[in-house]
Design a protein around this ligand. Structure first.
Ligand code: AMP
Length: 514
């Protein structure tokens, strides 16, 4: 049987791992790196660069360099998060024919699934050359807070890259799995995962090989990119104060400042002071103008304080939902590159009143956990059981922009629940139900997974039909719906319409371009 790979498709970096002699190992890519930048670029000649090659040319080709694609996957172009992203990225985001968020490079448009597939293909190639055999199956990690549309789209990306997805798993759960297996921990563990684009917190109980997720919470729109944007604005404000020049419309200059902002953030994780030096950033009346500025760690920490404060609420919520207090926790595991920041670490220690564990590399823990899960599926690893939860409420939209919850967040998965619907008019032949997923009270603030049309309802007086709609969430966190009309016994598997995703033709088109 060929190897099943474990993939962490990160906002900023991605990582692939496999099981070797019963242990998870990270596969080094063809450039000799253990992680691959999640970046894709197209040259003016139409050549495609993926990973570190795309990253290296980003400053001179910003409009054709795509990063942070994970923030678009499974989204509509009109979503507020996408609109926010549009303001800060140098590439163009456009609506697809069905309104999904796509990327436009010159005259070509690409779905986030297709761009992600290019990154996955590169990881797959590395694994194939490492194993000297073709790889066709994977376990893929997603942020715990990914909704159904984002999970389905991630699965499509893998399929485009020629990988069958055996399981979609939550990133913090996988990190805990890697950590638990390495340390053979028993007890309560919090996994704090702050990456480039998302923040997840999960609380697990580990007991002799059984990993039970008790609660998960987070923020799908909080990550290193947001910190970089705040720092970038700080540098730009300083530049305007010093020179009176506004460079916000110069995409190349903006890309250089963005890269400098990220580099500054990373440097100040080990240094207490550093210098940003960007020569020839603009041309002023007296010739070239440079950005040169000293920044201390204290200044940085003051600047990002509002973002650090946003980390508290999900942690407190997760502990509450798990029925635990900070003193009950035995370990706190840090995952994601952003947890290298000293102020993030001390803040985590303050929230959980515990020392954080340094046993697992924050860049690799998720991919290693995914390999462990692939080992469980492939039979290489035995006596490990993983019990996960769904992070978001699943419900239907009701009048007044409200949500009637059908499956509560933090329910163990797989799970199912049903609800009886009826008609409001005599001889009504159909009922339309909008399925929503999220942790907000208002339906309009949750993700709309799509609309279900219950058709062919037999003619009956208003209120008489008893239509039972069953909502299922499988072990991948993916939603399906089935409906039974109780009076006639008619059963129908329902297709959710109008959801984000690629049509069969779009998948075929993307496949032919890859
Ligand atoms: P991940 O999605 O886990 O790969 O995390 C990527 C994020 O971690 C990016 O925003 C990086 O800028 C950030 N990051 C990586 N290394 C460091 C570091 N040494 N200090 C601060 N942030 C870092």
């Amino acid at each position: 049987m060929s190897k099943i790979v474990g993939i962490d498709l990160g906002t900023t970096n991605s990582c692939i791992s496999i099981i070797e002699n019963g242990d998870p190992v990270v596969v080094v890519n063809n450039e000799g790196q253990r992680t691959t930048p999640s970046m894709v670029a197209f040259s003016t000649k139409g050549e495609r660069h993926v990973g570190v090659h795309a990253k290296r040319q980003a400053a001179v080709n910003p409009e054709r360099t795509i990063y942070g694609i994970k923030r678009l996957i499974g989204h509509r172009e009109s979503d507020s998060e996408v609109q926010e992203l549009e303001r800060v990225v140098p590439y163009h985001i456009i609506p697809s024919p069905s309104g999904d968020a796509w990327v436009q490079i010159d005259s070509a448009s690409y779905s986030p699934q297709e761009i992600s597939a290019m990154i996955i293909s590169k990881l797959k190639e590395s694994a194939e050359s490492y194993c000297s055999e073709s790889v066709t199956q994977c376990v893929i990690a997603v942020p715990a807070y990914f909704n159904d549309a984002q999970r389905q789209a991630t699965r499509d990306a893998c399929q485009l890259a020629g990988l069958e997805v055996l399981r979609i798993m939550n990133e913090p759960t996988l990190a805990a799995l890697a950590f638990g297996l390495m340390k053979r921990t028993n007890g309560y563990v919090a996994v704090f995962d702050l990456g480039g684009g998302t923040f997840d917190i999960s609380i697990l109980q580990c007991n002799n090989g059984t990993f039970r997720v008790l609660a998960t919470a987070g923020n799908n729109h909080l990550g290193g990119n947001d910190f970089d944007n705040v720092i970038q604005k700080y540098l730009l404000d300083h530049f305007v104060d010093e020179t009176g020049i506004d460079i916000t419309s110069d995409k190349m200059a903006m890309q250089r400042v963005h890269e400098a902002a990220e580099a500054l953030k990373c440097e100040l994780s080990t240094l207490t002071e550093t210098t940003v030096n960007l020569p020839f950033l603009a041309i002023g009346p007296a010739g070239p103008v440079h950005l040169c500025m000293d920044v201390t760690r204290d200044e940085l920490e003051q600047l990002i304080r509002p973002l650090i404060d946003k980390l508290d609420a999900p942690c407190i919520d997760a502990m509450k939902e798990a029925g635990l207090s900070a003193s009950d926790l035995d370990d706190v595991i840090l995952v994601g590159g952003m947890t290298r920041m000293p102020c993030v670490r001390t803040h985590v220690e303050e929230i959980f009143k515990a020392k954080v564990s340094h046993g697992v590399n924050p860049d690799e823990a998720v991919a290693l956990g995914a390999a462990v899960q692939s080992g469980i599926l492939g039979g290489d690893i035995q006596e490990v059981v993983l019990l996960d939860v769904t992070p978001l409420n699943l419900g239907i939209e009701t009048s007044g922009d409200r949500v009637s919850t059908i499956i509560e967040r933090n329910s163990s998965i797989p799970t199912k629940a049903s609800k009886i619907f009826t008609t409001t008019e005599d001889n009504q032949s159909f009922v339309r139900i909008t399925v929503v997923q999220g942790d907000k009270q208002r339906a309009s603030e949750c993700a709309r997974l799509g609309t279900i049309l219950l058709t062919d309802i037999p003619k009956m007086a208003a209120g008489v039909p008893r239509i039972e709609v069953e909502f299922c969430i499988d072990a991948d966190g993916v939603v399906s719906v089935q409906c039974i009309e109780r009076k006639t016994g008619l059963t129908k598997k329902l297709v959710i319409q109008g959801s984000v995703g690629l049509s069969g033709q779009q998948l075929r088109d993307a496949q032919s371009r890859l």
